[in-house]
Design a protein around this ligand. Structure first.
Ligand SMILES: [Cu+2]
Length: 151
């Protein structure tokens, strides 16, 4: 007599667990794949650098909302844009709050386009070296990638 209500109680919790957003995000674990993370080597006194990468989102729509790295004082999402009007012909960089990652579409951060801006480099980026960068997403779990320094 005592066992039945107890089981009913348990299955209620199991159902509750299955329907929580945490369960959904656990399923999405590897639906975002980050590859080809690279950075250009910088001159010895350079204060800034940039990181490029490819993101393949095999899951639902998501957003890249930030980055963390210990190699620079600050790291933010940037986009290079060609100026218009009186500024035409001048490349400028815009800070972004996020980057949209539509479902099943690759996103490529590359020179002249989107990039992670590293501001206040703690040391120059040397050819052949690498450092870690954590990408933060709105839905998916954080991704830690190894950025290799290239030419
Ligand atoms: Cu920039």
């Amino acid at each position: 007599m005592l066992k039945l209500p107890k089981l009913g109680f348990m299955s209620f919790f199991i159902l509750l667990f299955l329907s929580t957003p945490e369960f959904v995000s656990a399923q999405q674990l590897d639906q975002i794949i980050v590859s080809q993370a690279w950075s250009r080597s910088t001159p010895p006194m350079a204060k800034n650098g940039a990181v490029y990468f490819t993101i393949k989102n095999n899951g639902p729509r998501d957003k890249l909302i930030g980055v963390i790295t210990s190699i620079a004082k600050r790291s933010t999402l940037h986009m290079t844009k060609m100026g218009s009007g009186t500024k035409s012909g001048v490349l400028r960089m815009l800070g972004l709050t996020h980057i949209n990652l539509p479902a099943n579409q690759p996103f490529i951060a590359k020179p002249g386009g989107h990039h992670v801006m590293l501001m206040g480099l703690k040391k120059p980026l040397k050819l052949g070296e690498s450092f870690e960068l954590i990408l933060k997403f709105e839905k998916a779990d954080d991704k830690t990638v190894t950025v290799t320094v290239q030419k």
